[in-house]
Design a protein around this ligand. Structure first.
Ligand code: GAP
Length: 424
């Protein structure tokens, strides 16, 4: 891993964003655990996505389908057959690689010769039931998407929604990746945030909604703070496209390990609904047809990683995460200037408690004030509120801004309003 990635991985561990999965038993390749700050960042990201993609729209409803489904779903969707990556194996050390991700015919670990590529299915098998012999094989979902398609009729029949409309979902997916790596970027367990948008099966409709969602999703990342020159779009070649896609464009991020997929916009045509034999009936014309699907499929873990990388700055001997305020795990920290002055501690605790109901805030009285500021910068806390000796005279505190380090004095009665305005 390069230098910047090492710094991000170390920060994530040190400050409690992301830990290696099952670490005390030596870890497990491709699995990660989110710590106290990581879970806040991830939840904030999902909340913003849901607000923008569901609550703010009139044409989208949400669902939360089961992770394990009847195996017939995966046969019909084509995943048991075609959800594969090309695998090569070193004839010498037997290490395995993805053929499309290595550039030589020789193994990078020992220099041995590689086998011809063979198709490796990414679905993770599970066995359900209590009696050994009768245990039934199925799969952990390889994409969250199929849960939407199998519930298409249920959603239509239980809501007033009609085409064009979307079904949104956020949830875990599992892939037995041949080479997990680049920290959480390619994991075996990860979360997706997806919108499946159902439209009439007409070329102009397909093109219109494809372009619409591509622009919408690209702007979403920009609006949340990803630098424009670190974003690009790239169309898949026909060989690259997943088995269900008529057209696919990736939104990519310029990661330290190269341009990498953030989110995929896919034109799935009628692949899924026709395979599941689910038709839509237009209530006015009574016409029956298989709708087409335009999909915006983002990775929650990749987004968390890329927001961490993009917001990471080193300046004036400090490390800071310039995270968008809505994403920041902690919105404000409250300090007494000195921990051994009980009047200061008492007042700071009072302020902390009064803010706690409205904002995610923390209280800290460890070490000296300079170190506390540095700690908060490193975890991306936008504001630090400090109670000092002047507070005891005139009821004002200092509020320090993460990005500029400038401080202003604000009356205690105005802290809530200040934060509300700044964070909104
Ligand atoms: N339903 C369509 C679908 O699953 P995909 O391009 O295979 O499409 C969508 O996956 C998104 O899921 C990707 O853009 C990526 O953000 C995330 N993703 C896919 N595989 C991943 C993995 N192994 N680890 C982390 N995130 C992954």
């Amino acid at each position: 891993m390069n230098n910047k990635m090492n710094k991000i991985v170390s920060l994530c561990k040190r400050r409690g964003f992301i830990f290696p999965g099952s670490e005390i038993y030596g870890g497990i390749n491709g699995f990660w655990d989110y710590g106290p700050l990581g879970v806040e960042l991830k939840n904030n990201l999902k909340k913003i996505w849901w607000k923008n993609m569901v609550y703010e729209r009139e044409d989208v409803v949400g669902i939360d389908a089961a992770i394990i489904m009847n195996p017939k779903v995966w046969e019909a969707s084509g995943h048991t057959q075609a959800f594969t990556d090309p695998l090569v194996e070193c004839k010498n050390c037997h290490h395995r690689f993805r053929a499309d991700k290595i550039e030589t015919n020789y193994c990078s670990d020992c220099g041995g010769e590689l086998t011809e590529p063979k198709k490796f299915n990414l679905l993770t098998e599970v066995y359900i039931g209590t009696i050994e012999d009768a245990k039934r094989k199925t799969y952990l979902r390889g994409e969250i998407t199929q849960g939407v398609f199998v519930n298409f009729k249920n959603v239509i029949n239980s809501t007033r929604i009609k085409i064009p409309f979307g079904i949104a979902q956020i949830g875990k997916a599992f892939r037995n990746e041949i080479t997990p790596g680049n920290f959480t970027y390619r994991s075996r367990e990860f979360e997706q945030m997806e919108l499946e948008y159902f439209i009439e099966p007409r070329e102009e409709e397909g093109e219109k909604w494809f372009n619409y969602f591509l622009e919408l999703r690209l702007n979403w990342y920009k609006k949340l703070g990803i630098k424009e020159n670190n974003l690009r779009i790239r169309e898949h070649t026909p060989e690259e496209r997943a088995h269900y896609a008529k057209k696919a464009v990736d939104i990519e991020y310029r990661a330290p390990f190269g341009w990498s997929e953030f989110e995929g916009i896919h034109h799935r045509g009628d692949w899924d609904l026709s395979r599941h034999n689910i038709k839509y009936q237009d209530k006015i014309t009574n016409k029956e047809y298989y709708p087409w699907v335009i999909e915006a499929s983002g990775g929650v873990d990749r987004a968390v990683l890329f927001f961490l990388i993009d917001s990471y700055h080193e300046e004036d001997q400090r490390i800071l995460l310039k995270l968008n305020y809505n994403l920041a795990p902690i919105k404000a920290a409250v300090f007494p200037l000195l921990r051994n002055k009980s009047e200061l501690v008492k007042e700071a605790k009072k302020i902390y408690k009064s803010l706690k109901n409205n904002f995610v805030v923390i209280f800290d009285d460890r070490g000296n004030i300079g170190k506390r500021y540095l700690y908060q910068d490193e975890i991306g806390t936008p504001f630090c509120v400090t109670v000092d000796f002047q507070t005891l005279k005139d009821d004002t505190v200092t509020i320090r801004d993460r990005d500029t380090t400038s401080q202003i004095r604000v009356n205690i009665s105005k802290i809530k309003d200040f934060l509300k305005i700044k964070l909104s």
